[in-house]
Design a protein around this ligand. Sequence first.
Ligand code: OOG
Ligand code: NI
Length: 457
Amino acid sequence: MADSWVSADSIRAGFASAMSDMYQREVPQYGTLLKLVAQVNSEVLEQDPALKTQLAAAGELSRLSVERHGAIRVGTAAELSTLRELFAIMGMFPVGYYDLSQAGVPVHSTAFRPIDDRALSINPFRLFTSLLRLDLIDDPHLRAKATEVLAARDIFTADCRELIALHQRQGGFSQAQARAFIHESLETFRWHQQTTVDSDTYEALSQQHRLIADVVCFPGCHINHLTPRTLDIDRVQARMPEVGISPKAIIEGPPTRRVGLLLRQTSFKALDEPVNFTDRIAGTHTARFGEIEQRGVALTAKGRALYDRLLQEAGTSSDNVTHQQRLTAAFTAFPDDARKLRQQGLAWFNWALTEKGQASPAAIAADADPEELIDRGLLVATPMVYEDFLPVSAAGIFQSNLGEQARVQARGRSEREVFEAALGAEVADELTLYQQREQQSLGRCGLTRPVSQDAEG
Ligand code: OOG
Ligand code: NI
């Protein structure tokens, strides 16, 4: 039986595509955005054959059209740990810890995503998953009310829970079980117009923080955005108004570069959607939005520290042209050349033998200098795509979708241990994962030299 189980990769791909179909029906502007992104991506590839060749060689071309990330928010430890079990079935594991209270948002988070090269190149679907921090609600009565409302709901269908248990017993799913599992899982992330609270409770929670109302007042944890990956975010941003979408003013993250860094993102404002409260009063809720992103190279700790410093130095301005000029000026201090990025230990790369390299194994000594092998045409190094998130430094996206509101105060130490206890597992360290993948790629080329890592990072 075991060899006929459906692979986790194919369950993830099926789930990601079903989620995208559902969100297109729920939020038609997301469908419009997908079309625009697909069009811009195909134009970019047509105009830049070298990029096309590079992406194809890196196994990234095939994943581009299915590549998305999404975000969800849950209210309890039990919900989070069941999600961990559910996503494990799809080959998605918790990577990274994000303390959003630093950005004034009362949650902490991880990203469920595939971790190895093969799974990432098949379908890198990532879900940014936040756990509400009820301890950041000041009013004890309101905190108690929120706790009670959350305790009364089950965001998973009974069939979904049974399928998770079945998978744990069997160690896999048949085709029919995988289909049923995708169908049942989707229910957890569906939008509900009917809230679980009366209008006064909603208002009180919303006053505390809009995001608290978003997590507590609904029967499920609706997907709040899905984000396609574009090859030219400046172009998509410029053309969004042509298709009736008004983007936020500023593209977040680093400026345009020859070797793109980390992540650039922009979004359109959340929609006001009609909801019904349990006291039969009608209202609106604002949570769901659209976003696009352009992914660049993953940075080492040293590279990330430099990135954070330069981003801080550049500051923000309200108009995108000025903002991008300031970023570009600040980022002249960040090398924009693949070799310099490697030599200074700023970014991660995937190494592979060229045809010439494969044909001449004797030319490759285990302790050879990889840069020299590149010069001799035996080896290539491709920037490793950043697979994670930057929600704190891109706090503009959070804030633009939460409106002007008092920020919660970050308190005390990082709550990472609390988060991991709720999750029921440790989160993987993303830097370790990039380093391992780089090291493995060198190993496949017959090189044993350790990736040099600057400890000062
Ligand atoms: C998550 C926001 C994080 C991103 O792209 O940085 C995120 C949320 O709003 O729940 O999706
Ligand atoms: Ni996002």
